[in-house]
Design a protein around this ligand. Structure first.
Ligand SMILES: [Zn+2]
Length: 182
């Protein structure tokens, strides 16, 4: 269970201290009744292959600074998953993609500045016909590499959902539609 009260002690509407967690995803103010929902955020991630090599990026910012990551990011308001991933790949890598294929999703948690955000991470397959020229977004990434999936140490990946997704991508039979979680 998320411990939201560690981060949110005061009601943002009336300022009272009687702001308490009602369930996993909401806090309610005992003074004014204001309710805050800590909803699930959507993220998108690309498995980008050129031949048998998978594109990985190195994180240039917290959380998990310096660890390996799969390209992608958060979905913005009014965006589809597909639009978000196309935008993120353009921003992070100057990579233009025309087609992507939805694969599966896993729940995850993203910790930023001591707040844990529940996410739903959706994964897409992108197969490139040519090795692209990439320009990384310096503020977010510190490098990239192409590796065969079997060469990748899952523990070097920043996020648990990506470790599971990598295993699922390499060994599709391990896909459990009801799996996920911690
Ligand atoms: Zn209040």
């Amino acid at each position: 269970m998320l411990q939201l009260n560690n981060n949110l002690r005061f009601c943002p509407q009336c300022g009272a201290q009687g702001f308490s967690q009602r369930c996993e995803k909401s806090l309610v103010c005992s003074e004014c009744g204001f309710t805050y929902f800590h909803n699930v955020a959507a993220t998108v991630t690309g498995f980008i292959f050129y031949q048998d090599k998978l594109l990985l990026v190195k994180r240039g910012q917290q959380p998990c600074l310096g660890m390996l990551d799969l390209p992608g990011g958060f979905v913005d308001p009014n965006e589809s998953n597909e639009q978000a991933l196309i935008r993120e790949l353009q921003e992070e890598l100057q990579l233009r993609v025309d087609s992507l294929q939805y694969m599966f999703s896993f729940p995850n948690h993203y910790c930023y500045k001591e707040v844990s955000y529940p996410t739903l991470d959706s994964f897409f397959m992108i197969k490139l016909d040519a090795l692209p020229e990439l320009t990384i977004q310096q503020a977010e990434l510190s490098g990239y590499c192409w590796l065969e999936p079997s060469e990748i140490d899952p523990e070097a990946l920043a996020f648990d959902s990506h470790k599971k997704a990598l295993a699922t991508c390499i060994y599709p039979k391990s896909l459990e539609l009801h799996g996920g979680g911690k």
